[in-house]
Design a protein around this ligand. Structure first.
Ligand SMILES: NC(=O)c1ccc[n+]([C@@H]2O[C@H](COP(=O)([O-])OP(=O)(O)OC[C@H]3O[C@@H](n4cnc5c(N)ncnc54)[C@H](OP(=O)(O)O)[C@@H]3O)[C@@H](O)[C@H]2O)c1
Length: 270
């Protein structure tokens, strides 16, 4: 895949989220996640996002990437209130990921961000964290996100962006571009609903010549057509989806008319 810039970091355009999909405990389920990680290595899906909010996810990422740590960029979050609780949770993320270095450390849903930011800044100064970021899944949080972006203290934002959720297009993406802040896109398939909630079958024939074979690929290509996006992180519980999703990262730039076609098909079929 052709690398994009996430602030100072080079990342693949297609990464992977782990909410729900990596919250597993049994040996059989962990073996499937090993298969997903093997597929990620094969396809260059090297950017993985987690959070202590996602149950076992950090631990499962840790155990499945341990032997291949240098082939991944790991992102996680602090998700709690209180300074000492935050410090303890951040320390646990290093342990659960089985690593001394975390590439992107984000403040989940801006929870107690004023308290956690100095802790993350100290770890960054010590060379234990690459980039510091903030995330929120609600567009109501954008005014506060914008204020934090303008403070110059963060390097990444993580926001929802898909064919039906476009609020970030108004201000936040332009500001990120202007300030050199990297953009991680969550919920690209709206937690799968954009694929499973179809009323009609999308007609993919106009997209096939461009290399798009599935509706999920069309939706991911639609997001990556926005050059302000650094990395999109679809989650999956199925190893075979990694190749399908990663294939979008090697397509040529999506022409404007095909992007508009995908929007029209989404309106017709969802
Ligand atoms: N506040 C926050 O910071 C926040 C909030 C939400 C999400 N996130 C992050 O963003 C990541 C992505 O968002 P998300 O997990 O909510 O939703 P998503 O990536 O939009 O959707 C995930 C769902 O899409 C399905 N899927 C993936 N690839 C597919 C394909 N090629 N064809 C058909 N279905 C496919 C998966 O089902 P299968 O398992 O069947 O493949 C899964 O159920 C999360 O995992 C998390 O890391 C962060």
């Amino acid at each position: 895949m052709q690398a994009r810039k996430l602030a100072t970091l080079e990342v693949p355009p297609i990464g992977m989220g782990t909410w729900k999909t990596f919250d597993v405990r049994s040996e059989a389920e962990i073996a499937i996640r090993k298969g997903i990680i093997t597929a990620c290595v094969a396809e260059g899906v090297s950017f993985l996002d987690s959070s202590p909010m996602y149950g076992e996810s950090e631990s499962v990422v840790g155990v499945t990437t341990e032997e291949k740590r240098e082939q991944f960029q790991l992102a996680t979050k602090v998700w709690c209130t209180g300074l000492s609780q935050g410090k303890a949770e951040i320390a646990r993320s290093f342990e659960r990921f089985r690593t001394d270095y975390i590439d992107v450390f984000q403040i989940h849903n801006l929870l107690d961000w004023e308290l956690h930011l100095p802790t993350l800044e100290r770890l960054q100064a010590e060379g234990r964290i690459g980039l510091i970021g903030i995330t929120h899944y609600l567009t109501e949080a954008y005014p506060e996100m914008i204020r934090i972006m303008k403070s110059g203290r963060i390097g990444t934002i993580q926001i929802p962006y898909n064919v039906l959720e476009r609020a970030c297009e108004q201000e936040i993406l332009s500001l990120a571009e202007e300030l050199g802040i990297g953009v991680i896109v969550m919920k690209p398939l709206d937690v799968g609903r954009l694929v499973t909630g179809l009323k009609r079958e999308p007609n993919l024939s106009p997209l096939r010549a461009h290399g798009i074979e599935t509706w999920a690929q069309a939706l991911l290509a639609w997001i990556l057509a926005d050059p302000r996006v650094s990395v999109v992180i679809p989650a999956t519980s199925k190893p075979e989806r990694i190749q399908e999703n990663a294939a979008v990262g090697v397509l040529p730039a999506l022409p404007k008319e095909l992007r508009a076609y995908i929007e029209k098909e989404a309106q017709r079929c969802l």
